[in-house]
Design a protein around this ligand. Structure first.
Ligand code: ASP
Ligand code: MG
Length: 415
């Protein structure tokens, strides 16, 4: 007998038929003798609908920029519905089941409403309930602050709920069911022969998730890595009897090293800003990044051009496309305080990245990447690297071409 956490995303609980189907998957694990806790998202589209309601009221005033704790109270409600519906569906199958809201567990968080971080989970009641053979159906995404206010864990946060609950309950397994059958070498919509990976390391998954592969919330991968809890990503849509091995996200094992590159990721959510003739002296880049963090804008890739004899250099960096206007407004407002002569910006750019822990031990990876791009005449505007990743910023028109070129160059279809 094992203790299992199963998580189902929005498309897996999108309507009553899907919820019935999920109840069948949960039933199979319970009937196999396991203790089961299930974590559910809201029905797909529901959180967007709720966020839009809040946004519409925010539109009534010009100064609704701060996040209101009522936002969390509202958007958390989608998960209340699906957890209750799944508990009923399980009861109708003759199983013992009950729903749990974040505060009933309780899943405690900090006060960062709309993107709260989990501070602790103590769940003696849920532990008892599972031991007594009752399936626990948890509303993902939600928690509670020490002020007794509902909080939420950021978009996609029910993945993080699932991992945190699996850690707290000392589960043997955490299975994340979604609408794809695993983690792929790249987006199969772009590369038809993209391949499902049997395994991927936490570190690679972390890079892929933060680069925009939306299958898992980045924080859920961090949490799993810190607690050495393997996550299996698999589809909830498999037909009866069909094999559904999914992808295991786990600590690196030897055979992963043989693969130089594991995946190609891309993001179109990029914008590029260049500050022209920024003074070249200590502290200038810090002033720019301070202006951005004060405006709540995350800066990603940064390059500074070579200083010319008159001690001024151009500084180029990237921000999320949605933050571009905010970033430009903040920079223009502090133009004199920072000290630069002009701004150029471009939101017609994409970031394409290759990720693989094998890069640590193989040479020539960068060369293969840049040759593949050069052969297609793709110009690279900004480059960023980490130990296991190389990212380039390119004209978005070439996104698909670059992804295909890199997938082929690293032989990911056959590896
Ligand atoms: N329902 C929330 C969202 O759409 C949380 C989740 O699905 O993970 O972001
Ligand atoms: Mg999700």
């Amino acid at each position: 007998m094992a203790r299992i956490v199963m998580k189902f995303g929005g498309t897996s609980v999108a309507d009553l038929d899907r919820i019935r189907h999920v109840a069948g998957l949960v039933e199979a694990e319970a009937k196999a003798g396991h203790e089961v806790a299930v974590v559910v998202s809201a029905m797909s589209g529901e959180t967007n609908r709720l966020v839009a309601l809040v946004d519409a009221l925010d539109g009534d005033t010009d100064n609704a920029d701060t996040i209101d704790d009522e936002y969390d109270h509202i958007v958390a409600s989608g998960e209340q519905v699906t957890s209750g519906l799944l508990a009923i569906a399980l009861r109708r199958k003759g199983l013992k089941a009950r729903s749990w809201l974040g505060w009933q567990i309780p899943l405690m968080t900090d006060f960062a409403y709309s993107k709260a971080r989990i501070s602790g989970i103590k769940s003696p009641a849920m532990d008892e309930s599972l031991k007594s053979g009752t399936i626990g159906v948890v509303a993902g995404f939600q928690g509670i602050t020490t002020d007794n206010r509902i909080s939420t864990l950021g978009r996609g946060g029910s993945d993080t709920s699932a991992v945190a609950i699996a850690v707290a309950l000392k589960a043997d397994r955490c299975d994340i069911y979604t609408d794809v059958d695993g983690i792929y070498t790249t987006d199969p919509r772009i590369v038809k022969n993209a391949r499902r990976l049997d395994r991927i390391s936490f570190e690679e998954m972390l890079e892929l998730a933060s680069l925009g592969a939306k299958v898992l919330q980045t924080r859920s991968v961090e949490l799993a890595m810190n607690n050495d809890l393997p996550i299996r990503v698999l589809t909830s849509m498999a037909k009866d009897g069909e094999p559904n091995p999914g992808t295991l996200v786990c600590n690196e094992v030897n055979d992963m090293e043989e693969r130089v590159v594991s995946g190609v990721a891309y993001s179109r959510d990029e914008a590029q800003i260049t500050l022209l003739r920024l003074k070249d002296k200590p502290g200038m880049v810090a002033k720019v990044t301070r202006a951005m963090s004060d405006a709540n804008v995350i800066v990603d890739m940064i390059v500074q051009g070579i200083s010319r004899s008159d001690n001024a250099a151009n500084l180029t960096f990237t921000v999320g496309k949605r933050d571009l206007e905010k970033a430009l407004a903040a920079l223009n407002a502090s133009k004199d305080a920072i000290g630069f002569e002009g701004i150029k910006s471009d939101d017609n750019v994409s970031k394409v990245s290759i990720v693989g822990i094998g890069m640590r031990s193989h040479t020539g990876v960068a060369q293969t990447m840049f040759e593949a791009l050069a052969e297609r005449g793709i110009n690279v505007e900004v480059i960023a690297t980490s130990e296991i990743k190389i990212s380039v910023l390119i004209d978005s028109e070439y996104t698909e071409l670059a992804v295909r070129a890199l997938h082929a160059a690293f032989e990911l279809e056959t590896a």
